[in-house]
Design a binder for this molecule. Structure first.
Ligand SMILES: NC(=O)c1ccc[n+]([C@@H]2O[C@H](COP(=O)([O-])OP(=O)(O)OC[C@H]3O[C@@H](n4cnc5c(N)ncnc54)[C@H](OP(=O)(O)O)[C@@H]3O)[C@@H](O)[C@H]2O)c1
Length: 247
């Protein structure tokens, strides 16, 4: 069997789908998590402190880096992972990034671009896959506003949501291939106004609240309004948002 593959973020939204696909493809898979677990393939560790990284990376041939703090700490997390990986035998580093990180001027997007740069200059063999937002993000936008009488969304913004399972399948292929650098973006099958998606989500969950598109200012929102986070030429996903909701 080939060297094991370590998945960071293996307990998040994307991670479990990735872990099951990697395992189904015959790989020995390890998951790094801060949360202790009795499962022998789970390695307890913290990318912020560096605790547990040496053991988790020992003998690993590929790391698929999906861990995120959803904020600024991603830079420290990624730097620590790269340092530990460089000491551990220079595995292939595959990074899950987001379409438009170099064009949307939002803090999280700037952080993701900074992480991409760290990967690119890491001295490790690397692959970066950018994708559009997962379907779950729209559900989260609706759920997080459950105490409001309306569901607020930014006016004039489209989304191209993609199925996390299909992203996992793409990453599984990349993890098994030679390091490929920046590979073509991946997006969902359709581009729809975020307001429409939120309405579909509310209907499917029997939420009786109206969706209210509101003007939102700021450079980041301009990038979204201009579609910098979309990839119409790479609408590779097959599972639509409605199919995702129905499932
Ligand atoms: N969500 C989207 O719409 C979307 C779209 C495109 C790209 N992406 C990218 O895809 C990747 C995965 O996203 P996701 O939505 O699946 O993330 P998520 O659900 O927020 O999961 C975050 C993961 O990061 C791990 N983590 C956080 N801090 C850590 C630390 N200090 N040490 C070790 N692990 C840590 C968590 O593990 P424990 O809590 O178990 O430690 C958890 O598994 C991210 O890089 C994200 O930017 C996401």
């Amino acid at each position: 069997m080939a060297d094991p593959i370590l998945v960071t973020g293996g307990t998040g939204r994307l991670g479990p789908a990735l872990v099951s696909r990697l395992a189904a493809a015959g790989n020995a898979v390890r998951v790094l998590s801060r949360v202790p677990s009795p499962k022998e393939w789970r390695f307890q560790g913290d990318l912020l402190t560096g605790e547990g990284l040496e053991a988790a990376l020992d003998g690993v041939g590929t790391v698929v880096h999906c861990a995120t703090s959803n904020g600024r700490k991603d830079v420290d997390i990624t730097r620590n992972l790269i340092r530990a990986a460089a000491r551990a035998g220079r595995p292939h580093l595959c990074y899950a990034s987001i379409v438009g990180v170099d064009r949307v001027n939002l803090p999280y997007y700037r952080v993701k671009r900074a992480c991409e740069r760290l990967v690119e200059h890491s001295g490790l063999p690397w692959t970066i896959q950018r994708t559009t937002q997962f379907h779950e993000l729209v559900v989260w936008i609706c759920a997080v506003q459950r105490r409001l009488p309306v569901i607020l969304v930014p006016r004039g913004v489209d989304l191209q949501p993609v199925d996390a399972g299909e992203v996992a399948a793409r990453l599984t292929g990349l993890a098994g291939a030679p390091p490929s650098g920046r590979v073509p973006d991946m997006g969902g099958p359709e581009i729809r106004p975020l307001a429409d998606l939120a309405r579909a989500c509310a209907r499917s969950r029997s939420l009786r609240r109206p969706v209210a598109p509101v003007p939102m200012a700021g450079f980041g929102m301009r990038g979204f309004r201009e579609g910098a986070h979309l990839t119409p030429g790479h609408a590779d996903g097959r599972i639509t948002f409605d199919q995702f909701l129905a499932a």
